[in-house]
Design a binder for this molecule. Structure first.
Ligand code: OGA
Ligand code: NI
Length: 349
């Protein structure tokens, strides 16, 4: 590991200052509520009130989750457990490679396709505070092996596990985007068509070592995802938290479940009906944690704006149309801050 210290009960270490957040930005873990939890949706449930796809229970539950939480868990999705176990094991092995090998992947240049990075938060006085995580990110392709793109020293284990995983996630994303479209009252393929046949597909493997003092730092800063849809697989340790009614709630680490969260583009496309919600990852004192986030978003040249069919006199557009590259530019401009990207594209209401 690089600058991480591993908690050790026999010789407890204080948290190194580069990770310590000012008091106002700390996670206040005792205030995280357990009275609410994000919905768990069983994708194998085919119950339906009247044979009409838009009234299937799964669609109704997903729509409600998208309106109220912007997050939901799915179970019985049909992806073999062993495909998920393999990718989590591969992430673990990747981050446990000797540091000379893994450090070659470090870069602060966000234009690089394959990169290992540390996120940070700008705090008052222009200082940067490091987040308690390491993130390995790269493009993904539903039908192409990524092994050829990865540096050789990464080994083939990650590449093989990832290629198999990506194929499964591609079908899952298509299926979920279909259900979300039906929930919006548009054609099943509406969102997929708008996102286009050259979507921006990124994967991010997150590694959170055990942390000497999780109260003083964060694993990932508070953010919304800027893409359209994210599928997160967590190892058996929770750490992801979501804002609901001004309070933080924990996303439980349920075996064989995926976390689905909506990104900013779905909030805009749905004209604000479905929400892209602020979330963060917190560190854990006892256990290390891994997650794999698969991002599905529009291509750079795709035009995004509220879907025409959702606009009428009663529902005027709340966002202006933009080219996704404009959104990306704004996103990178706000690096390290509490980002307000989609707000830049809001129309006066
Ligand atoms: C992300 C993210 C959550 C997690 O990568 O955007 O929110 O649980 N990850 O690691
Ligand atoms: Ni996220």
């Amino acid at each position: 590991m690089n600058s991480f210290q591993v908690a050790n009960e026999l010789a407890p270490l204080p948290l190194s200052p580069e990770f310590i957040l000012p008091e106002a930005k700390r996670p206040q873990l005792s205030e995280v509520t357990s009275l609410d939890s994000i919905p768990i949706i069983d994708l194998s449930d085919h119950s339906c009130n009247d044979g009409n796809p838009s009234s299937s229970l799964v669609v109704q539950k997903i729509s409600q989750a998208c309106e109220e939480y912007g997050f939901f868990l799915i179970v019985n999705h049909g992806i073999p457990e062993q495909v998920c176990t393999k990718i989590i094991t591969a992430i673990n092995d990747l981050f446990n490679l000797p540091s000379e090998q893994i450090s070659q992947l470090y870069t602060a240049d966000h234009t690089k396709n394959i990169k290992l990075c540390n996120y940070y938060l700008h705090v008052e006085g222009g200082e940067k505070v490091k987040m308690w995580s390491e993130c390995f990110s790269h493009s993904w392709y539903p039908t192409q092996d990524i092994i050829n793109f990865l540096p050789q020293n990464i080994g083939t284990q990650y590449g093989e596990a990832f290629s198999e995983y990506a194929k499964e996630i591609d079908s899952l994303v298509r299926r979920v985007l279909g259900l979300i479209s039906i929930g919006l009252g548009v054609e099943e393929d509406c969102l997929l068509k708008i996102l286009g046949d050259q979507p921006r597909l990124r994967a991010q493997a997150n590694f959170y070592p055990a942390c000497p003092d999780p109260e003083l730092t964060l694993g990932l800063p508070v953010h919304t995802d800027f893409n359209a849809l994210t599928v997160v697989l967590q190892s058996q340790v929770s750490g992801l938290q979501v804002i609901k009614d001004g309070k933080w709630i924990t996303v439980p680490a349920i075996p064989n479940a995926f976390v689905i969260n909506l990104g900013d583009q779905i909030q805009v496309l749905s004209n604000g009906r479905f929400r892209s919600v602020h979330h963060r990852a917190v560190a854990n004192k006892m256990c290390e944690r891994m997650s794999m986030a698969m991002f599905y978003g529009p291509g750079r040249d795709t035009i995004i704006g509220p879907i025409d069919d959702l606009i009428d006199e009663e529902h005027p557009p709340r966002y202006r149309k933009y080219c996704f590259s404009e959104f990306l530019e704004e996103f990178f401009k706000q690096e390290g801050k509490w980002r307000m990207v989609k707000e830049v594209f809001e129309l006066p209401y």
